[in-house]
Design a protein around this ligand. Structure first.
Ligand SMILES: Cc1cc2nc3c(=O)[nH]c(=O)nc-3n(C[C@H](O)[C@H](O)[C@H](O)COP(=O)(O)OP(=O)(O)OC[C@H]3O[C@@H](n4cnc5c(N)ncnc54)[C@H](O)[C@@H]3O)c2cc1C
Length: 889
């Protein structure tokens, strides 16, 4: 499905979702039972799953009109028909699991606090090996190591004897080491079953090294050949010898890591290091994870050849891309001082107790800032991310840019029901994975107009560098412009409306009609996003990303941010951990979660914090207020005689098309205003702005809102602020219409009844400023004019949505209340960069008011939405933030 159509689908699903009751109607369940042969509960589950799947395909009204009679006769309604014809996502790559290597660390505590009881419960013939270490508070802890069978036996034992006791098992991801005593197996580059590799005598050379032979030479080729990494892991100053091995070649895995795989005849150059004992070796095996195995090899050094070992990528994984994420557990082996890194599926380095910079969120802004700060090779940067690294064609593919949008990689949040939208609620979609929302967005890259950025500066005083001119260098830093497809016939039709301007491109800072590019890597023809741009190809030991870890609190000491505490997912529960920031804590959790984190940490409106039982550290009333997003509405005009080429299908079928698209990249500027614009601007000025905000809103926040509304009245009169956004589909039916400058303001606040465990309460407060409706009515009228009063008239337009008979302002408002979705997935404003007396949360340097060493660098700092999709602007903010931070060092 073409990607803009999918975006529309998404918009429609998001809009429709909340209209549907939580529990499906009995008749629907019956219908699904009989149509799909499901049990009652299966049908119930399927309907609920279908309704909550934002990526599901929607059957268009025109298609349904055609098939309706036939399908209804068969018992379908439109929803059941959609389900029957649903889009099936590609199955994820199946990678065999290495269960035979899996072992676990079991914590000795409670009912199983000693080895004797573990031996009994696990049915082992001898007690398992024990490890001692310390927990986060420095208290001693002990673990023992068990395999899968022992683990299962222990669980069975406990379920019989103490079902309420939850044992702590930590998966131990360690590279396998099973050196055969009967053959050369495993050896780099050879198949030990071949006759020439069979043993001829018991002390045959091919048995060297033996399983427990120390010291032993290891050959390193990737990060372990880096003395900083090895030194940090082993706590020694490493001394290497230049070396090479035969029988393998290096491949790049996951776009980033070097891996050694079998290749008879191949030669690999690297370094040899003498591993002293088993503790050192265990550390290295844990570092490399279960995705590698220790194999024998002959190491060629300058002056000698030795029989040694190396880490080989497991054969079945050599060609596959795999995740490299996981958690860290630290223990001290066998009472010695050597650290053992366990369960580390992320092969960069050990987790330190402190970093120069700790960044919350590996999303669009977080990775950008991390990349720039670590570029000097010295500043240590840790990024903590709640989601995982995800490799999926649904993310990388460009021909369906919104295939990743559904719930799979998003937070599961539903907004507060909106009284002005007929009490509907809507899904709040923000990315939860490395790359953040840039990994799941629709890839449209557009800048606002120069007025949009100058407006930010106007709140901050004369000479602010938060302006079009001030941000332009950062915009330029972000993208290598690659042209994309749009639709000429629909594009050109705008020329028939007097006053419509055509700027040269979407980056000129001018309002009008233009082609826009997408975030795409032209060589790989894949999504280009924060992960691919600021993480995948970077191999710095001072830049680490920790995944599956949710930051719950900023640690504050005497008004200074000193670190964060976070929850890290482990297989059997959650570990509470903390890390210190020597220089700064940088929040990049996005507009929905950054205010939540500040509020949880005692920085926010004191009344709200009081009601949640959180001690106020800094009374900062603006945190979580000033929330807004672009409202959108799905309209549908069908061009009945549409036979225009090129169209989206040509994109894939016509080889010459992209050359053609390059040719048509040009044109000029400005915007057309409805006759009513002066009336609308005056109405906005006369409103009682304080009354439009929630009861009890702080006076500073009200003052900020008044300043914004004054500015927006000027914007309504300005030819260079766009309010209307219409993405052309290039197909026979049209699309999503967006109000680029909403005037209503909502809130994103902690859930006071459960501030730490639940998602924030998101209230768009949609259409609470009545002028939003006036503007959207004009937007609908303009859309109709575009179809019926331009050359598109010749293509026989037919109005489907809003229905033809809905024309009067009050009726159009009714249509909008029923159909507007308050989000175009562009939440901003919740940590606004405004003066504190105007309800601001951060200053011009993005520093949080009242706290030292704490900044916010993501989309939440936009005081007012720009008239464009927000990703490019977020990158620019992050680029500027990095410069501001570096300038402070
Ligand atoms: C479905 C969708 C479609 C969109 N389409 C477009 C488009 O076509 N063009 C465009 O320009 N813009 C688009 N956007 C908007 C754009 O992608 C965002 O504005 C931008 O990516 C926001 O960047 P950010 O850094 O503020 O937040 P994000 O990129 O969302 O990053 C925040 C990160 O922080 C993590 N996080 C949150 N809380 C915590 C915590 N407590 N601990 C640890 N980690 C945490 C999250 O998991 C996430 O990875 C779209 C957005 C979405 C969701």
């Amino acid at each position: 499905m073409e990607f803009l159509n999918e975006l529309e689908t998404m918009a429609r699903v998001a809009t429709q979702q909340s209209e549907e009751p939580d529990t499906p109607h009995h008749d629907d369940i019956k219908r699904w039972q009989s149509l799909f042969g499901l049990s009652y509960s299966q049908a119930l589950r399927e309907i609920q799953g279908h309704r909550s799947d934002l990526s599901r395909a929607i059957v268009s009204d025109s298609h349904w009109d055609i098939v309706r009679a036939k399908k209804e006769a068969e018992g379908f309604n439109k929803e059941a028909y959609e389900y029957a014809t649903r889009f099936r996502a590609p199955k994820p790559l199946a990678i065999p699991t290495a269960n035979h290597h899996q072992s676990y660390l079991l914590r000795l505590e409670g009912l199983i606090d000693n080895l004797a009881i573990v031996k009994q419960a696990s049915q082992l013939t001898k007690a398992p090996p024990i490890f001692h270490g310390t927990d986060d508070n420095g208290n001693p802890v002990s673990f023992c190591k068990v395999d899968v069978t022992a683990r299962n036996n222990i669980i069975t034992y406990l379920s019989k004897h103490e079902p309420r006791f939850q044992p702590t098992f930590v998966p131990c991801h360690i590279a396998a080491k099973d050196l055969s005593t009967a053959s050369a197996h495993p050896t780099l580059g050879i198949d030990a079953t071949m006759p020439q590799f069979r043993l001829s005598s018991a002390d045959d050379w091919i048995l060297t090294p033996a399983q427990s032979q120390y010291p032993v030479w290891y050959f390193f080729y990737g990060t372990l050949a880096d003395p900083t990494v090895l030194g940090r892991l082993l706590g020694v100053e490493p001394s290497y010898e230049d070396a090479s091995v035969r029988g393998g070649i290096l491949k790049t895995w996951g776009g980033k890591y070097k891996v050694l795989i079998d290749a008879p005849g191949g030669i690999v150059h690297g370094a040899a290091f003498l591993v002293q004992d088993q503790d050192q070796e265990d550390t290295l095996r844990c570092y490399e994870t279960e995705k590698y195995e220790v194999v024998r090899c002959e190491i060629d050094m300058r002056d000698k050849k030795v029989k040694g070992l190396t880490f080989r990528r497991e054969a079945y994984l050599s060609a596959a891309k795999c995740d490299a994420v996981g958690t860290f557990v630290r223990l001290w082996g066998k009472g010695s001082s050597i650290k053992i890194l366990l369960n580390a599926r992320y092969p960069r380095s050990n987790l330190l107790s402190s970093y120069d910079y700790v960044i919350v969120g590996a999303g669009t802004s977080g990775l950008t800032v991390a990349d720039r700060l670590s570029a000097d090779g010295k500043s240590t940067v840790l990024v903590i991310e709640n989601g995982q690294i995800v490799d999926s064609p649904r993310i990388s593919q460009v021909y369906s840019g919104v295939a990743a949008m559904g719930p799979t990689w998003s937070y599961q949040i539903n907004s507060v029901r909106q009284p002005n939208l007929n009490n509907r609620s809507t899904s709040v979609v923000v990315g939860k994975l490395v790359g953040g929302s840039s990994a799941i967005n629709a890839m449209m890259t557009i800048r606002g107009t120069s007025d949009d950025y100058d407006r930010w500066g106007s709140f901050l005083g004369n000479g602010s560098t938060w302006s079009w001119e001030g941000l332009l260098p950062y915009f330029k830093k972000i993208v290598d412009l690659i042209l994309t497809l749009s639709e000429e016939a629909q594009f050109e039709a705008f020329r028939d409306i007097p006053g419509v301007e055509f700027p040269p491109d979407s980056g000129s800072g001018k309002a009008g009609v233009y082609w826009f590019p997408t975030f795409m890597d032209p060589e790989r023809v894949e999504r280009s996003y924060a992960r691919t741009g600021h993480f995948d190809l970077i191999n710095r030991t001072n830049f680490e990303v920790l995944t599956d870890s949710k930051v719950t609190k900023i640690l504050l000491e005497g008004g200074v941010a000193t670190g964060v505490s976070f929850e890290q997912k482990a297989e059997n529960g959650t570990a509470i951990m903390s890390v210190k920031a020597k220089k700064e804590v940088i929040i990049a959790a996005g507009a929905i979660h950054s205010p939540q984190l500040l509020q949880r940490s005692g920085i926010g409106p004191s009344a709200l914090l009081d009601s949640a039982g959180i001690e106020t550290i800094v009374d900062l009333p603006g945190v979580g207020q000033n929330f807004h997003d672009h409202p959108m509405v799905f309209t549908n005009y069908v061009l009945q005689n549409f036979t225009v080429h090129p169209n989206p299908v040509d994109m894939y079928s016509n080889q010459n098309f992209s050359a053609w698209a390059q040719e048509v990249w040009r044109v000029n500027k400005t915007v057309i205003a409805p006759d009513t614009f002066e009336e609308i601007a005056s109405k906005l000025e006369k409103l009682d702005h304080a009354a439009l905000l929630p009861n009890g809103t702080d006076l500073t926040v009200i003052a900020g809102y008044k300043a914004q509304m004054k500015n927006m009245a000027a914007a309504i009169r300005s030819p260079n602020t766009a309010f209307y956004n219409h993405v052309l589909t290039g197909g026979s039916s049209s699309g999503t219409i967006v109000d680029l400058h909403p005037l209503s303001r909502g809130t994103v606040n902690i859930n006071v009844t459960d501030p730490f465990a639940s998602e924030p309460v998101v209230d768009y407060r949609a259409l609470t400023n009545p002028v939003d409706l006036d503007i959207m009515v004009e937007i609908l009228r303009f859309t109709k004019r575009y179809y019926f009063e331009t050359r598109l008239r010749d293509l026989a337009p037919r109005q489907v949505q809003p229905p033809e008979y809905v024309n009067e302002p009050d009726d159009l408002k009714g249509f909008l209340r029923q159909n507007v979705n308050p989000s175009y997935f562009h939440p901003v404003g919740t940590c606004a960069m405004m003066p504190r007396e105007l309800g601001g949360v951060v200053d011009e340097r993005l520093e949080v008011y009242g706290v030292e060493n704490l900044r916010v660098v993501d989309a939440s700092i936009m005081p007012v939405l720009v008239g464009a999709n927000t990703c490019q602007t977020t990158y620019a903010i992050a680029e500027k933030a990095a410069d501001l931070i570096k300038a402070d060092v």
